[in-house]
Design a protein around this ligand. Structure first.
Ligand code: CMC
Length: 432
């Protein structure tokens, strides 16, 4: 981790201070500035963490210039081709891919934790039927802490493991319940003879009057969506989970904080925003007009599903999602899907336009994931809940890693204060 390299900061009249440089296994070196204030009396200014590593991590790595993503060292393309979502969960949580016995034990435990406490059903009936499902999922996941007092000691590794199992197992049930509640249908209980993703689809789409028919192509597509969204380094929601957890908060509260952060349209809400954008553009003939609007900074319009803080190349998840989009639309005889055609036309124009080329703006995972989800019958308002379901395991892995890291400290950033200097309070009668 530490290397012989040093970074020297010079300022003022001949003042200088030396800082250690740390090297990871892949990616840029980092300057260890923990002693900056002690040595210089100054802080750093870096809104949005543009150049700040806020932790060390061995879970996920993105090479944004090349457009590569690795889970525990494995390229995402190989993971997507050879693993299913439970194997990915095992990998993220434990650091290695499971062998057959480990996989079966893991699936067995997760399967047996899928039901939620019956009392939790009542939380849903407290919400309005037209509540956004993310509001329900965020509230209900936070409420889990009220049900599992027996596993809230964050310094006990066994408690952390039990909480991880509970969250990975129960999040599909909670997401499906939010959907069923919003459309006024009865909750569908989990079935233990189905795979993780089959079970989720059944809880979403079965009704008491009719059994849900499993379609392997569609199950594989949703499983791939889960895999591609499972973790993504130090994004806004993961940094939120770590930040919440740094104070010693329980894992359910931390994951609820992550869900709140994910909801925003610049992050997990982008898939919903992207599909709404495609609907509002309407058809391919309107693409030039829309692109013109996006390029006009005063319009406030953005090309949703494009751009990324780290990827300055094609997001590898977007390529895999494009592939899945073809598979699903073929399976459902929707080859001429209007929005898919429109998305491809939009992508083509954007990739040739200097505005996007010069800023290195490429499609991200959300550009095609909404089209796949819509074809699977998932309504737009549920898209970010699907992302939540998939990302929960990444958040827990990151939270656990943070708890076990001796360098972890309560997240407490500094600021550049720009308000009034010290002044006196005058009695109310004398104030203007
Ligand atoms: N459409 C139009 N212009 C854009 C876009 C876009 N989607 N994204 C960035 N730009 C412009 C931006 O206006 C800026 O232009 P200028 O240099 O003239 O000021 C330049 O590109 C650099 O952008 P930035 O805002 O400094 O980049 P950032 O790293 O702060 O933001 C982002 C990254 C993902 C928030 C942003 O690209 C965005 O809002 N994209 C649309 C929303 C989206 O698709 N989000 C999903 C991200 S992937 C899923 C996930 O991980 O959550």
């Amino acid at each position: 981790m530490s290397s012989d390299k040093k970074a020297v900061l010079s300022w003022g009249e001949g003042k200088s201070a030396e800082f250690p440089v740390m090297s990871g296994t892949m990616g840029a070196d980092v300057v260890d500035i923990r002693s900056l204030y002690a040595k210089t009396g100054m802080f750093t200014y870096d809104p949005g963490f543009m150049s700040t590593a806020h932790c060390r991590s061995s879970i996920t790595y993105i090479d944004g210039d090349v457009g590569e993503l690795f889970y525990r060292g494995y390229p995402i393309e190989q993971i997507a081709a050879h693993c299913d979502f439970p194997e990915v969960c095992y990998l993220l949580l434990n650091g290695e891919l499971p062998n057959a016995k480990q996989r079966s034990d893991f699936v067995n435990i997760v399967t047996r934790h899928t039901m939620v406490h019956d009392q939790l059903n009542r939380f849903f009936t407290g919400f309005r039927r037209d509540a956004h499902p993310m509001a329900m999922v965020c509230g209900v996941v936070g409420a889990l802490a009220a049900f599992y007092h027996d596993s809230l000691d964050i310094h006990n590794p066994e408690h952390r493991t039990i909480s991880a199992f509970r969250l990975v197992a129960k999040i599909p049930t909670i997401v499906a319940m939010a959907y069923k509640y919003s459309i006024g249908q009865p909750f569908v209980y989990p079935r233990n003879d189905l795979s993780y993703t089959e079970n989720f689809m059944r809880m979403m789409f079965a009704v008491p009057a009719e059994e849900y028919k499993i379609n392997d192509v569609l199950v594989r597509a949703l499983d791939r969506i889960f895999i591609l969204h499972a973790d993504h380094e130090q994004n806004a929601s993961t940094a939120t989970v770590r930040s919440a957890g740094s104070s010693g908060a329980n894992p359910f509260a931390c994951i609820a904080a992550g869900i709140a952060s994910l909801w925003g349209p610049a992050h997990g809400g982008a898939n919903e925003a992207c599909l709404n954008m495609l609907e509002s553009i309407g058809d391919a003939s309107k693409v030039p007009e829309f692109i013109k609007k996006v390029k006009d900074k005063n319009s406030g319009a953005m090309l949703m599903g494009f751009g990324h803080r780290v990827y300055k190349n094609y997001d590898p998840r977007a390529k895999l999602m494009h592939e899945t989009c073809h598979e699903v639309l073929n399976e459902l005889n929707l080859k001429d899907d209007r929005l898919f055609k429109l998305a491809m036309a939009l992508e083509k124009v954007a990739l040739e336009d200097d505005y996007f080329v010069s800023r290195k703006l490429y499609p991200n995972v959300d550009f095609y994931s909404g089209i796949v989800q819509r074809a699977l019958g998932i309504p737009t308002a549920m898209f970010t809940c699907i992302f939540t379901l998939a990302r929960t395991v990444g958040w827990i892995a990151q939270w656990s890693e943070m708890i076990g890291d001796q360098d972890s400290k309560i997240a407490r950033p500094r600021q550049l204060y720009t308000g009034s200097t010290s002044r006196n309070v005058s009695p109310i009668a004398q104030r203007k």
